[in-house]
Design a protein. Structure first.
Length: 448
C-alpha cells in the first residue's frame, strides 16, 4: 500500500483545489506583494529594478487567473480554465517577471548603467574573456592580490570551468545581447523544455484501480506544470535570473537529469547532471544521489561516467594551464581561505552559529559534516529506487546543507524548493497514485 502521509495528502488537496487555479492565484498574488516590497525596500539597485517590472507582471497574471477561476465556476469544462490556459498564464508570468526584466536590465547596462547587474554577471563574463585569452577562466593568487582591494572579490571565479561558456558572447562583442543573463535565460528555457518533453513522452503512473501504467500522462500534467512554475515564476527564481542568473541553468539541468531518471534513462541522466556539475558545485550532491539510484538498476557505472566524468573533463584544461589558479578559485575561496571573504552571509542557522558562538566555525562545520555523513549512511543502507525518492533526498539534503553552511545566500533556496516541488511530477510507470493499493509494481525499462 502506498501511503503518502497526512501532510502529502493535505498538499495534494491544496494543489488541486479548483483545478489548481486556487494555488495559482495565491502564488501570483503573493509574488506580486513580494515584488512590490522588493521594489520599495531593497538596498540592491538590480533588485529594485526587477521589482518595479515584476510587480505589474505578477498582478496581470493574478488577474488573468482570477478570470479563469470565475469562468471555471460558470462552465467547468471550458478550455479557458483548463491546464492549457494555466500553461499560458505561466508563460506570460515568466515573460513579464523574468525575461522582460533580464532584457531591460541588459539594455540599460549596455547603455552605461553600472547598477544593472549583480557581481556574478561580471564575474562570469570576465571568466569567458579570460578563457579565450589565456585558456583558463581563473586568475591566480598573485594576479588577484595585484588588483585594487575593491576589485579583488570580482577577481575570483568560484564556479566550475563550464560556467565561463556563458561569458563567451561578451568576449566576442560588447552588446546587450551578450549579457550573460540573456544566455542563462535561453539555456534555462531550452533545458526545461527538454525536461517537460521527456516527462510527456515517458509512460505515466498507473491510474487508480489499475496496475497498468498509462501510455499518456494526463495525471502527470498538473504536477509538471507546478514543477515548472517553481523553477521559473517563483519570485526567488525570477529575481535570481533577472539580476544574476548563474544558478538557473544548473537547476534546470538537475531537473532534466531527474526527469530522465523517471523515464528510465540513467546514462542520459548522468550526462545531464554531469553538465550541471561542470558549471557549479551545487550539482555534485545531486550527481552522487543519482548514481546511487542508478546503482539499484545495475547502471551505476553508466550514470557515473557522465555524472562524474563530465565535471572532471571540464576541470582538466584549467588544471593543465594553471593548477594554482584553479585551486585558489574553486577550493580556497569557497572554503574561506581566499584574499577576501565571500559576501554570502544570509542569517541561516549555520551562519548564526559560526558568528555568535565560541568556536562557532568549528561547530557549524561539524554539524554540516554530520548531516552529510547521515545522508551518506542512508544512501548506502537504503539507496533511492525511484526518481521521486531520489529527488526528495536531493531536495532535503540540499536544504539541510544550505541552512547549515557558514556562508550561504538566501537565493540558494531555489534549489531545494524547486526539487521538492518537482518530485510529484516524476511518478514513474507503474507507480500508483495516492490512495491506490498496489499488489505489485512494474519497473520501467532501463535505457541509455
Amino acid at each position: 500500500m502506498v501511503d503518502l502521509g497526512r501532510s502529502s495528502r493535505r498538499w495534494t488537496a491544496i494543489d488541486s483545489a479548483a483545478g489548481g487555479l486556487a494555488l495559482d492565484l495565491g502564488l501570483y498574488a503573493a509574488a506580486a506583494a513580494f515584488a512590490g516590497l522588493t521594489a520599495a525596500t531593497s538596498t540592491l539597485a538590480p533588485h529594485r529594478a526587477w521589482g518595479a517590472l515584476a510587480t505589474t507582471g505578477y498582478l496581470l497574471t493574478a488577474l488573468a487567473v482570477a478570470g479563469q477561476l470565475l469562468t471555471r465556476r460558470r462552465r467547468v469544462d471550458t478550455p479557458l480554465a483548463g491546464l492549457g490556459a494555466r500553461w499560458m498564464a505561466t508563460g506570460f508570468a515568466w515573460a513579464t517577471t523574468a525575461l522582460l526584466p533580464v532584457v531591460a536590465q541588459s539594455v540599460q547596462r549596455a547603455a552605461g548603467r553600472t547598477d544593472r547587474a549583480q557581481e556574478e554577471v561580471v564575474v562570469v563574463e570576465q571568466a569567458g574573456i579570460r578563457l579565450v585569452e589565456h585558456g583558463t577562466p581563473y586568475l591566480g593568487h598573485d594576479a588577484i592580490s595585484a588588483l585594487p582591494p575593491a576589485e579583488q572579490l570580482l577577481g575570483y571565479t568560484p564556479y566550475q570551468p563550464g560556467m565561463a561558456l556563458f561569458g563567451l558572447p561578451r568576449a566576442a562583442s560588447d552588446a546587450w545581447w551578450t549579457d550573460a543573463r540573456i544566455w542563462f535565460a535561453l539555456v534555462t528555457v531550452a533545458i526545461l523544455a527538454a525536461a517537460v518533453a521527456t516527462l510527456r513522452a515517458a509512460p505515466g503512473p498507473a491510474t487508480a484501480g489499475s496496475a497498468t501504467p498509462s501510455p499518456a500522462t494526463p495525471a502527470r500534467g498538473p504536477a509538471v506544470l507546478r514543477g515548472v512554475q517553481a523553477a521559473t515564476v517563483l519570485p526567488i527564481c525570477a529575481l535570481t535570473l533577472a539580476t544574476g542568473g548563474d544558478d538557473l541553468p544548473v537547476l534546470a539541468l538537475c531537473l532534466l537529469a531527474l526527469a530522465l531518471a523517471a523515464a528510465g534513462r540513467p546514462g542520459r541522466a548522468g550526462l545531464a547532471v554531469g553538465a550541471a556539475g561542470a558549471l557549479k558545485l551545487f550539482a555534485w550532491p545531486v550527481a552522487i544521489v543519482l548514481v546511487c539510484w542508478a546503482a539499484t538498476r545495475r547502471a551505476g557505472v553508466r550514470a557515473a561516467l557522465g555524472a562524474l566524468g563530465l565535471p572532471i573533463l571540464a576541470l582538466l584544461p584549467a588544471l593543465l594551464v594553471d593548477r594554482d589558479a584553479l585551486v585558489e578559485n574553486v577550493l580556497r575561496f569557497p572554503l574561506g581561505h581566499g584574499l577576501v571573504t565571500s559576501p554570502a552571509q544570509s542569517p541561516f542557522p549555520g551562519q548564526l552559529i559560526a558568528t555568535a558562538l565560541p568556536a562557532g566555525q568549528i561547530i557549524a562545520a561539524a554539524l554540516l559534516v554530520a548531516t552529510g555523513a547521515a545522508i551518506a549512511v542512508r544512501l548506502l543502507r537504503r539507496p533511492p529506487r525511484t526518481a521521486t525518492a531520489t529527488t526528495l533526498v536531493c531536495g532535503y539534503g540540499l536544504l539541510a546543507a544550505i541552512l547549515l553552511m557558514p556562508s550561504t545566500r538566501f537565493g540558494y533556496l531555489l534549489y531545494p524548493i524547486a526539487l521538492l516541488v518537482w518530485a510529484p511530477a516524476l511518478a514513474e510507470a507503474g507507480a500508483p497514485r495516492p490512495g491506490f493499493r498496489a499488489t505489485s509494481a512494474t519497473r520501467p525499462a532501463t535505457r541509455a
